[in-house]
Structures are given as structure tokens and as C-alpha cells.
Design a protein around this ligand. Structure first.
Ligand SMILES: Nc1ncnc2c1ncn2[C@@H]1O[C@H](COP(=O)(O)OP(=O)(O)OP(=O)(O)O)[C@@H](O)[C@H]1O
Length: 256
């Protein structure tokens, strides 16, 4: 079994009596791509901030296994547009960075030609790759990507997901990403965790897209062919180990 990198146990977060996260249980292992989905305001970024240590939990615990090195890719790059800053200098700001690794990393991501470009003139897709390069320069065994394909066109999204998968294959790192895309991302994910303050359902993409809790939030995959690319038909429910449950057990499982 792959080594576990992070374990969330019964994570709860409350602000002024309002529950933002409730009893979240989740693990991420080496070599595993975990995608966090959920509606706006469901607590995805809050959970990521908890993992990064930027937010403390009101209850439960986050276990970070020894040797964990996180490479974090934020949603957006915030740079003052009046400040001249090249990609090279931006990446040289990474703490403890090996400057010799900058060019090969950009090359790996197909953006070696941007080395001396100003960061504020980059396109959406280029910016995402520079942010991914910055995360990789941390030599992570866990990549945490907050909406990595934001502002990227559909072809670019496919390319970025392919890139993330090949990085996982090459480094053997774990990947935790937040996504609003419910279709393209599914093909590149080992485990989907659907949250809405609590974990609504989790498991393989096939399991989750067939789950009543997922369908209640996002609709039935394939119901609208004009928007649905992912059209998996799922007329049964799995247990946590992938076995198929009987109708009676499935009913109990979904409620659980
Ligand atoms: N520090 C805080 N204090 C009070 N409320 C907060 C705090 N941080 C987040 N929230 C609230 O928690 C809820 C969840 O926010 P969060 O950003 O985690 O959602 P999200 O799932 O990432 O949403 P989106 O998909 O829109 O990015 C929101 O209603 C937000 O207003």
C-alpha cells in the first residue's frame, strides 16, 4: 500500500456559531490524485488552508506524516502590475530554491521560453504553469492545487490535467486539487471527495458521479448532453471497497 501523506480526522471548523466544516475525514497517499469538489462556499478552500496550517481546526486533527513537503499552487497570482518582475526573478524568490532547477522546471512544463517574460503579461494558462513551476521548485511529495485550471480554455485544461498526471507519474507525489470542473478532471482523478460542509460522498469518479448525494448537488451525469462530457451510466452503488451493494444496503449506505 502507498505511504499515507496526510490524514484528516473528524475536522470541524466553526466561526461565530456557524459550522464551516463538520467531521471531515480524508486521506491522501503518495501517488494518489485526490480531487475536492463541492458547491461555492462548501468549505474547499477552508480545508486546504487547514492542511497548509493557515487555519486551525475547532475540532479533530490533521496528521502530516514525517517528511511531508507541500508544493502549493494558489488560485491566483497577486503581483503589482507596476512592479517589473520576470518569471525567472519571481521563481528565484522561492525560499531555499535551487536556482539551477528553474530552467529545467520551466522546460518540463513547456514554458522555457517565458523565462525572461514579465509575470503580469502572461496569459491565464501561462500563469497557471508558472505557479505550478513554483510549487514544483519546492521539491514536494504532495502538490496542493487550488483550482489549477481556472482561467484556462478547454484544450488548455486537458493539457494541464495531463501535465499534472505526468508529474504525479514521474515524481510519485500525491496531489490534492480543488476543482469546479466536474467532467474533464474526473478522468485524471483516483479519488473524488465531494464536500458541502461535511463529506457528502467520496471514492472513485464512477462511484461519486453515481451517488445520490452528488446527483442532488450537481445533477445526473449525461442528463444534459449539451454540457455533459462525462456520461458514465451508474445504476448501482458500491461499498467502500468497490463491491456492489444490494438495493437495501445501498439505501442504508447513501444515508450513511
Ligand atoms: N476566516 C473566516 N471567517 C468566517 N467565515 C469564513 C472564513 N473563511 C471562510 N469563511 C466562510 O466559509 C465558507 C466556506 O468558504 P470556502 O472559501 O472554504 O468555500 P469554497 O468551497 O472554497 O468556495 P468557492 O467554491 O466559492 O471557492 C464561506 O461561506 C466563507 O464565507
Amino acid at each position: 500500500m502507498s505511504k499515507r501523506l496526510v490524514e484528516f480526522t473528524d475536522i470541524g471548523i466553526e466561526f461565530d456559531g456557524r459550522i464551516l466544516l463538520n467531521k471531515i475525514n480524508m486521506t491522501i497517499s503518495e501517488g494518489e490524485i485526490v480531487t475536492l469538489i463541492g458547491p461555492n462556499g462548501s468549505g474547499k478552500s477552508t480545508l486546504i488552508r487547514t492542511l497548509l496550517g493557515l487555519q486551525s481546526a475547532t475540532s479533530g486533527r490533521v496528521l502530516r506524516h514525517e517528511g511531508l513537503r507541500i508544493g502549493y499552487m494558489p488560485q491566483k497570482l497577486h503581483v503589482d502590475p507596476t512592479l517589473p518582475l520576470t518569471v525567472k526573478h519571481f521563481l528565484a524568490l522561492v525560499r531555499g530554491v535551487d536556482k539551477k532547477a528553474i530552467e529545467p522546471t520551466l522546460d518540463k512544463l513547456g514554458i522555457a521560453h517565458l523565462l525572461n517574460s514579465q509575470v503580469h503579461v502572461l496569459s491565464g494558462g501561462e500563469t497557471q504553469r508558472v505557479l505550478l513551476a513554483r510549487a514544483l521548485l519546492n521539491k514536494p511529495n504532495l502538490l496542493v492545487l487550488d483550482e489549477p485550471v481556472q482561467g484556462v480554455d478547454v484544450n488548455g485544461q486537458v493539457e494541464l490535467y495531463n501535465l499534472i498526471e505526468s508529474i504525479r507519474d514521474e515524481l510519485g507525489c500525491g496531489v490534492l486539487m480543488v476543482s469546479h470542473d466536474l467532467h474533464l478532471v474526473m478522468a485524471k482523478t483516483d479519488t473524488v471527495v465531494c464536500i458541502n460542509q461535511h463529506v457528502c460522498c467520496s471514492g472513485t469518479p464512477q462511484h461519486v458521479t453515481g451517488h445520490p448525494a452528488y446527483q442532488a448537488l450537481f445533477g445526473v451525469p449525461g442528463a444534459d448532453e449539451s454540457i455533459a462530457i462525462y456520461a458514465h451510466q451508474h445504476d448501482h452503488v458500491h461499498d467502500d471497497h468497490g463491491g456492489i451493494l444490494s438495493d437495501q444496503d445501498a439505501h442504508a449506505h447513501c444515508h450513511h
